[in-house]
Write a protein that binds this ligand. Structure first.
Ligand code: NI
Length: 136
């Protein structure tokens, strides 16, 4: 019996989607308002999902208090109120799309989650636009 537990979290961050080798017009064509050269912010909503067998002694797949602390230490401390392009090393040469942010978050958490448990990250960039990544 495998069950999925979920923990929601939140962070605010600024970004700009652009390719250095393209001019502002080309970047606007591809990335729209997210290519604003002066950056802009999003209120990101994160859902971290862990799937596994509940421990027979505790009934927990994973202690959600530990998951909460892990998300705080690995994600919120690293990304909240940051300019992703400028202040977060993972995005030095990686465009901070919701897709890439989800992959970065997954990579930060994966080795902290018990072996044999599956991890999925769902990231909302807006209430209607969201992505999910499970390491495949
Ligand atoms: Ni944007």
């Amino acid at each position: 019996m495998r069950i999925t537990v979920h923990r929601k979290a939140h962070f605010n961050a600024a970004h700009r989607l652009f390719r250095k080798e393209w001019d502002d017009d080309r970047n606007f064509e591809v990335f729209g308002k997210c290519s604003n050269p002066h950056y802009h912010g999003h209120n990101y909503e994160l859902i971290v999902s862990v799937t596994g067998e509940p421990d027979p002694k505790t009934g927990f797949v994973m202690d959600l208090k530990i998951l909460k602390e892990l998300i705080y230490a690995e994600v919120e401390e690293a990304l909240d109120h940051k300019n992703l392009n400028v202040e977060v090393p993972e995005f030095k040469d990686l465009i901070p799309t919701a897709e890439n942010i989800a992959v970065v978050i997954w990579n930060k958490l994966r080795n902290k989650i018990q072996d044999g448990h599956d991890l999925e990250v769902t990231l909302y960039e807006t209430p209607r636009n969201f992505v999910s990544y499970k390491g495949e």
